[in-house]
Design a protein around this ligand. Structure first.
Ligand code: AMP
Length: 177
């Protein structure tokens, strides 16, 4: 891994399927760029993905990606993403793999790493339409591992379950207070 402190473009993927999902995503984007070393460059639309594998009734996932320019090194960026995740995991309702917030580093410049602590590009990004599709909407020219992100999205097995998330001024999965 290089230790340079120049700005590096990174793609981050955010997902939530528990609680106030849209509010969580918005707050998480704010938290991720709420330090001088991380500058927000672009934001994708939010997509909705059917939760696969758990019992019925699990809320759909809301997913999005953002592009940031950062002077953090890759591990510093991972620690930062994990601290933002933790800040949103205070409500311990986690069951069946449901996630208040998940933040993954999809790419960090052209960095390649097989380290299990931080694998770059993210090893499962190429097959996840919920990452690829919003990324392609944000940047139609995006490329991952030499392939068009839009093409990879079209081939992904979870593509048929994907929808644009409806815009709602406020969202709550539980009863209103
Ligand atoms: P998950 O719970 O699926 O989000 O996985 C989190 C674990 O994956 C953490 O222990 C990270 O160290 C590790 N990891 C490996 N590569 C990445 C990556 N590109 N982005 C985020 N976490 C990663």
């Amino acid at each position: 891994m290089s230790g340079n402190r120049q700005l590096t473009r990174a793609i981050l993927a955010l997902g939530s399927n528990l609680g106030e999902r849209r509010g969580t995503l918005s707050a998480a984007v704010g938290d991720l760029v709420d330090r001088p070393e991380v500058r927000l460059v672009d934001v994708s639309p939010v997509v909705s993905t059917k939760a696969v594998g758990g019992p019925p009734g699990q809320p759909d996932f809301l997913n999005m990606v953002i592009a940031v320019d950062t002077s953090l090194d890759p591990y510093e960026l991972l620690a930062h993403c994990q601290s933002v995740e933790l800040a949103h995991h205070r409500v311990r309702e986690v069951r069946w793999g449901a996630r208040t917030l998940d933040v993954d580093i999809i790419t960090y410049g052209d960095e390649q790493s097989q380290d299990p602590v931080l694998t770059l590009p993210h090893p499962r990004a190429q097959e996840r339409a919920f990452v690829l599709y919003p990324w392609a909407l944000m940047d139609p020219n995006a490329v991952l591992a030499g392939r068009s992100v839009a093409e990879l999205a079209a081939e992904a097995a979870d593509m048929p379950g994907l929808e644009h998330a409806e815009l709602e001024p406020s969202e709550s999965d539980g009863p209103q207070a």
